[in-house]
Design a protein around this ligand. Structure first.
Ligand code: CP
Length: 307
């Protein structure tokens, strides 16, 4: 694998994560430059996206680079039967780096094995979403002033929600307490439960999104039930609206608590939360541009801090 690829957040050690957060802060302060002048970035989205694709493309544009790619694989030769391997090898002829989202778990890792061009994982099935995690970490750091010792409550689809999987991997360095709130069908997969046990991380599993849990939280991370991952649509219908955060539920929460959501939301956060200063999900998405500038420059071996 190309050492600069960005496939899983667990591939980075604590110092590398902190370096990326410092880069992200730099780009928030200096979003426009020519650091990617003459570089071509391919964005290959085999699954739908609004935030991830557009924030990667904004990141490139603000750094003076060029973007090629597709937002709908049905317009590419994938629809004629071209394999992922051939697609990656072809695009490697045209681009300096490939950002890809794919519905198959492990697709980004596989791509690194067929090209020397750095691969950035923009989400692979229910597995990982590491660029989302960097912007989540940055959002947590910005709003809490620290990463260490926070109580983080994850709510909703903890089984298929790749953002919560990646966030656990990253937060394991910072002594968190996790509350996992889900129905039994969508509980946190065993591999992440085992990881918490192995790393000595305190965690609690709940089926009820109680006031006690809300009031103890520093971060409440709401997630959408991932309809596209269900093979049985009746099962989706049964669990899709189990957890909704309403403004009234935040009345006794910590003044410093912040509500995060990777978005898109469906019914997990009522719109009456949007005007509450504790709501941070739209700012969180904005931080994605700076986080993705940090990821792209790192993957291309460009250090903005030394320029
Ligand atoms: N958070 C996120 O991945 O959003 P999109 O699916 O719109 O990219």
């Amino acid at each position: 694998m190309n050492s600069r690829s960005f496939v899983a957040i667990g591939d980075l050690n604590k110092q590398e994560l902190l370096d990326l957060l410092e880069r992200t802060r730099y780009f928030e302060e200096h979003p426009n430059s020519r650091l990617l002048d003459s570089r071509v970035v391919a964005t290959l989205f085999f699954e739908p996206s609004t935030r991830t694709r557009l924030s990667f493309e904004t990141a490139v544009n603000r750094l003076g680079g060029r973007v090629i790619g597709f937002s709908d694989a049905s317009t590419s030769s994938t629809s004629k039967g071209e394999t992922l391997k051939d697609t990656i090898k072809m695009v490697s002829n045209y681009a300096d780096i490939i950002v890809m989202r794919h519905f198959l778990e492990g697709a980004a890792q596989y791509a690194t094995e067929v090209t020397e061009v750095p691969i950035v994982n923009a989400g692979d099935g229910a597995n990982q979403h590491p660029s989302q995690t960097l912007l989540d970490l940055y959002s947590i750091l910005k709003t809490q002033g620290r990463l260490d010792g926070l109580t983080i409550t994850m709510v909703g689809d903890l089984k298929y929600g790749r953002t919560v999987h990646s966030l656990i991997m990253a937060m394991r360095h910072f002594k968190p307490v996790f509350n996992f709130v889900s129905c039994p069908e969508l509980r946190m997969p065993e591999e992440y439960i085992k990881l918490c046990r192995r790393e000595g991380i305190e965690f609690h599993e709940y089926t009820e999104f109680s006031q006690e849990v809300i009031d103890a939280s520093d971060i409440i991370y709401m997630t959408r039930v991932q309809r596209e991952r269900f093979s049985d649509i009746m099962e989706y219908e049964r669990v899709k609206n189990l957890y909704t955060l309403h403004n009234s539920m935040l009345a006794t929460s910590k003044p410093t608590v912040r509500i995060l959501h990777p978005l898109p939301r469906v019914n997990e956060i009522n719109i009456d939360v949007d005007e509450n200063p504790k709501a941070y999900y739209f700012e969180q998405a904005r931080n994605g541009v700076f986080a993705r500038q940090a990821i792209l420059t790192r993957a291309l071996g460009i250090n903005p801090l030394s320029k």
